[in-house]
Design a protein around this ligand. Structure first.
Ligand code: FAD
Length: 528
């Protein structure tokens, strides 16, 4: 429909354009002017509200939702942070863990007028970097400071993908706006698949920390919680590694899915926890160029398209096998949280400009898969997960090197004679994946990769390298809570939150869950 230049000065509509037009404001204005019988100089501004790529056709298109300003000055209205009150003398809520769930819970507590005391086993983002280097260079894993533990949690040194399956757009936008308020690019509000990048995340997290402290909240680093005190089925305190006791009746437990000692603690204290389905598999690396060629169906992606991601799901032998946490232009990272194990995951810088791409390729697991670990009750899945990580460590030489195999060799069931260098810096050991995984998992992976190649022609290539294991996809344990009050089903004052509680998966959903839990905690305990 033609735009009415006399009646309204702002128009919102969707438009499909070439990647080049989408990247060039002048071309975009010309296109909009032509489509709407306007003069180009009548268009004072084109604001892109949403952007996604449609790569289904040979000629790739960019879908834009735009707001067009006609003969009207565009006034940029930057996103503002909420007015956070001073809370140093307010009622306290203890938050265990400074991952996305814990940090967003702390900020929400302040917004509502409570003082958060955040207890974090790891170090601040800057000090944490040294420990990450030590994993890669010296093969030393610090149990409190690694890719999963430390300020910002597992999300800090990640790709910073910010998409989620949450249907509640309002909640998602709220978190995205807060991230922009703390320094993320406004583009995350526009892109259909936004991401931040490892190089940008630490500053954003440090800004959140500074705000929490400036408003009177507390963050205690290198403060691992080792016990919780309970009286008459209600929480009365938490104990730290150094023996300090913090008395409290309000605890948000946001320790993430790698805090095995917390699951052990709850189980030992007979606090109800449950086994939860999760997924496990390998991390595959391809060249980004190949993924671009497959996804964009062209020889090179050119200057206007971003490094392509992919997302793939197949049913193999009755199980779901799917890509997980795909990192275009990214690197595979050593993500173990204890000595004696290896774990892979991936990250990318904001430009996603590394020559390699990687993705977790995982298989959904079922309770019967853990039957050899039944003696561990609700922790059976966790022990299964741990056993694979420890076996991989042993097989690859008892360092942070990981078992690796060329993808073609893995599918063909033969040990790779040689391995190309990959982005996984601690190094690779050529191992048959059949010795790392139970045979049912290995067979599903072999079949599944053939099926992947049918959907993404060229995926199954001699250049691609499989790294093992990708094992920390989601929590193997749930810490159950009441659906309405968010309080633990048995222990009053305990609010299990985020990925470790089994109620979130990813940065955004963990952040949303952290906010919801602290709101519920403050409301139920009448802290304000
Ligand atoms: P966590 O982030 O795990 O935080 C838990 C915190 O609790 C940690 O800081 C830990 O040190 C602390 N803690 C644990 N035990 C104790 C204790 N006993 N006492 C005190 N503190 C404790 N998700 C995405 O959405 N997009 C991505 O691109 C993405 N990429 C990833 C890349 C990597 C390398 C990794 C490891 C993860 C990635 N994830 C990604 C997953 C994402 O980081 C998590 O889903 C998210 O961080 C979960 O948030 P959380 O707050 O629930 O837990």
């Amino acid at each position: 429909r033609p735009l009415n230049r006399n009646k309204i000065v702002q128009h919102e509509f969707s438009i499909q354009v070439s990647p080049k037009t989408a990247a060039d404001t002048t071309l975009l204005k010309q296109k909009i002017a032509k489509l709407n019988a306007l003069q180009v100089n009548e268009i004072t501004h084109v604001q892109v509200l949403k952007r996604s790529i449609d790569a289904r056709q040979i000629a790739i298109k960019i879908n834009l939702k735009v707001r067009v300003y006609i003969n009207e000055t565009f006034i940029d209205d930057p996103i503002q942070l909420p007015q956070y009150p001073e809370v140093s003398r307010a009622n306290e809520v203890v938050i265990i863990g400074a991952g996305p769930a814990g940090l967003f819970a702390a900020l929400r507590a302040i917004e509502l007028g409570c003082k958060p005391i955040v207890l974090e086993r790891g170090k601040d983002v800057r000090a944490r970097r040294r420990d990450l280097k030590a994993i890669t260079r010296d093969h030393l894993v610090n149990e409190d400071s690694n890719y999963c533990f430390g300020e910002g949690g597992a999300g800090t040194y990640s790709d910073g993908k910010l998409y989620t399956r949450s249907k509640k757009r309002g909640d998602v936008n709220r978190i995205l706006k807060l991230l922009v308020g703390f320094g993320a690019t406004g583009q995350i509000m526009v892109e259909a698949h936004p991401h931040i990048g490892t190089n940008k995340l630490p500053d954003i997290i440090a800004a959140m920390r500074n705000k929490i402290i400036a408003q009177g909240g507390k963050i205690l680093f290198e403060t691992r919680v080792t016990d919780i005190q309970i009286k008459d089925d209600a929480i009365v305190g938490v104990v730290t590694k150094s023996g300090d006791v913090i008395e409290t009746n309000a605890v948000v437990l946001a320790t993430g899915h790698s805090a095995r000692d917390i699951y052990e603690l709850l189980h030992r204290k007979q606090i109800h926890i449950e086994a939860k389905p999760f997924a496990l598999g390998v991390r595959v690396e391809h060249s980004q160029e190949l993924i671009d060629q497959i996804q964009y169906k062209c020889a090179t992606r050119g200057p206007y398209l971003p490094p392509s991601p992919y997302s793939i799901v197949k049913q193999v032998k009755g199980r779901g096998m799917y890509s997980f946490c795909m990192c275009p232009g990214g690197v595979i990272a050593p993500c173990a949280t204890s000595p004696g194990e290896v774990v892979t995951n991936g990250w990318s810088p904001s430009k996603r400009d590394q020559p390699t791409s990687n993705s977790g390729i995982v298989i959904e697991l079922r309770p019967e898969d853990f039957k050899n670990f039944q003696q561990h009750g609700p922790l059976a899945g966790m022990y299964f997960q741990k056993s694979i990580e420890q076996k991989a460590w042993q097989l690859a030489g008892e360092t942070q090197r990981v078992p690796a195999q060329r993808l073609i060799d893995m599918v063909g069931g033969k040990v790779s004679q040689d391995l190309p260098e990959t982005s996984y810096k601690p190094g690779l050991t050529s191992i048959d994946m059949g010795t790392v995984f139970p045979s049912f998992l290995h067979q599903i992976l072999q079949e599944g990769f053939k099926a992947f190649d049918q959907s993404m022609k060229g995926y199954l290539t001699n250049e691609a390298v499989v790294h093992a294991p990708e094992s920390r996809t989601s929590s193997p344990v749930r810490i159950p809570r009441d659906r309405k009050t968010y309080e633990h089903v048995q222990i009053k004052g305990l609010y299990p939150s985020g990925e470790g509680a089994g109620y979130a998966g990813g940065i955004i959903s963990a952040a949303i869950d952290g906010e919801k839990c602290v709101e519920a905690c403050i409301r139920n305990i009448k802290l304000i």
